[in-house]
Every structure is written in structure tokens, then in C-alpha cells.
Design a protein around this ligand. Structure first.
Ligand code: CDP
Length: 272
């Protein structure tokens, strides 16, 4: 095991960084789940899946299943946490007990506190918080099933949920993890690659401006590999961005047709 700085708790600390001996990419460049090195897992994004929340989204990145719900902007309690100049964003990332192989002990731990913090900070930069002084925007991310990359799936889902809640933002935020496995840079690590790979680098961007909103790294990469990873991650984020926009378009086109039907109904009654 190698010492390193930055994030990294639990299983990953015990494994990542030195297991290039575990063969996870075949000689013809195919990964354990059949993907090429620059291939994303199948992604599904649905917006507006919960009736009680102000905004919501459900995301699958391969075997990851993540639900996000947004409430607010609403009056911030306790009051001493209010900011008279802007809204605060309070994100709670949680892995539910049956989301991983070993039962996850319910409640917050170091890892979930860290992920909640980085996601809150990411959204504080994107949401026009100054429009909603003294309020809180609460973002709940529930990981129903985990297979590495849940912070990225969570960010992707939460961003769609914020848009679904009608909260003004600079842009949607797509996120994906890039990593290094068997000395190769690979896109969207799944569990075995995350556990036995040499590096993991989650990245989130603001596609409209090209800004990098979140960048973390576990493990080791050369400068050239890092540049390649960023290029790969940014390219993949743009593809995820299209899926996010498509999810919102589908959500609101369905709403519109329901409204249209309601509008048409009285007219038919009058005629009859
Ligand atoms: O999920 P993400 O890659 O963003 O975070 P991580 O800290 O790199 O965790 C990688 C993966 O380890 C998770 O997605 C889970 O599949 C797994 N894990 C686990 O099995 N049990 C935990 N208590 C925490 C993580």
C-alpha cells in the first residue's frame, strides 16, 4: 500500500495504488465488463421521479443506482445558519445499508461527510444563490446500489434535480471518474477497477464555460496520463450533459402533453 494525500477512505485506501498486477484489461484492450478504455457504462437519467420533492432525478451509471431530491429554496433553519446575502446549499450524500456488498452501517461516516461537502461546494459555485438570501437549498443524494463512481452519479443526478426544481443555475453539471488501470488511462471506473486500479480521478465540469468544477485524485499518474485523463473526462462529461438535457426535455414534454390533454377536455365537453 502506498501513502498518499487527498481523499480516500475505506476499501480504496487499502487497495488502490499498487495493484497493477491484477489484470483488468485484456491484451486487445477490453475491460472486465466488456468496455473499451474510453467507453462509458450505460447511463440512464430520469428527471422528476418523486412527487413530494421540489425537484428530483434518478440516475444509473452501469450498476450504480442513485436518487436525488431537492427541496427549496426554503427558509433556513436553524436561523443562525442563514446567510443574509445568499442561499446556502446543504447536500446530504448517503449510501443505504443494502447498497454495497457488506451491509453499510446506517448514518454518516467520514466518507459521506466528505462527499456531501464537496458536492455542496460544487453547487454553491453553480447555483445563483444570491437570488435567494436567508434560504437553504437542500439536496439529498441516496445511493441505492453502488459500483464505484457514486459521487459522480450523485452529482449528475443532483444537478438534474436542481434544474427540475426550477432553481436558476449557470448550467447543468455532468460528472464522471477517470482512472488508471494496468498502466492505462480508462474512463468511468467500475468497482474492480476502482479497487485494484492505480488511480481514480473524479471530474465535474460546467459545460457552457468549460470550467472544471470538481477534481479529486486518488493514486498516482504521470503528467501525461493526467492530461489524457482530463481530456477523456471532459469529453465524457459532454456526452453525459446531453443525456441530462434529454432527461429534462422528456420530463417537460410529458408534462406539456398532459396539460394539453386537460386543456382539450373542457372544449370537447362544451361541444358535446
Ligand atoms: O463511489 P465513489 O467512487 O465516488 O467513491 P469511493 O470512495 O471511491 O468508493 C468506491 C466504491 O467503493 C463505491 O462506489 C462502493 O461501490 C464501494 N464502497 C463499499 O463497497 N463500501 C463502502 N463503505 C464504501 C464504498
Amino acid at each position: 500500500m502506498q501513502a498518499r494525500t487527498g481523499r480516500g477512505f475505506g476499501i480504496k485506501v487499502m487497495t488502490m495504488g499498487g495493484n497493477s498486477n491484477v489484470k483488468l484489461i485484456s491484451d486487445d484492450g477490453i475491460r472486465v465488463d466488456g468496455r473499451k478504455v474510453d467507453e462509458l457504462r450505460p447511463i440512464r437519467i430520469e428527471a422528476g421521479v418523486l412527487k413530494r420533492a421540489d425537484g428530483s432525478a434518478y440516475v444509473e451509471f452501469g450498476k450504480n443506482k442513485v436518487l436525488a431530491a431537492v427541496y427549496g429554496p426554503r427558509e433556513c433553519h436553524p436561523r443562525h445558519m442563514q446567510n443574509p446575502a445568499k442561499a446556502i446549499i446543504q447536500c446530504k450524500y448517503n449510501m443505504i445499508a443494502f447498497s454495497v456488498n457488506d451491509r453499510k452501517r446506517p448514518g454518516p461516516d467520514r466518507r459521506s461527510v466528505e462527499i456531501s461537502k464537496i458536492i455542496s461546494e460544487a453547487f454553491e459555485y453553480v447555483v445563483f444563490t444570491e437570488n435567494f438570501p436567508r434560504t437553504s437549498i437542500d439536496v439529498y443524494i441516496e445511493v441505492l446500489q453502488a459500483n464505484a463512481g457514486t459521487r459522480c452519479a450523485g452529482l449528475t443526478a443532483a444537478s438534474v434535480a436542481l434544474a427540475d426544481a426550477g432553481i436558476p443555475m449557470k448550467d447543468l453539471v455532468p460528472a464522471v471518474a477517470v482512472g488508471k488501470v494496468n498502466d492505462q488511462v480508462v474512463l468511468d471506473l467500475q468497482k474492480e477497477e476502482d479497487n485494484f486500479g492505480q488511480a481514480d480521478l473524479p471530474i465535474a465540469i460546467i459545460p457552457r464555460t468549460g470550467e472544471v468544477l470538481l477534481l479529486q485524485m486518488d493514486g498516482h499518474m504521470t503528467r501525461a496520463e493526467f492530461d489524457q485523463a482530463i481530456e477523456m473526462g471532459v469529453g465524457a462529461c459532454k456526452r453525459i450533459y446531453d443525456l441530462q438535457k434529454d432527461a429534462l426535455a422528456r420530463r417537460y414534454s410529458v408534462e406539456k402533453s398532459e396539460e394539453d390533454q386537460l386543456e382539450e377536455a373542457p372544449a370537447e365537453t362544451q361541444e358535446g
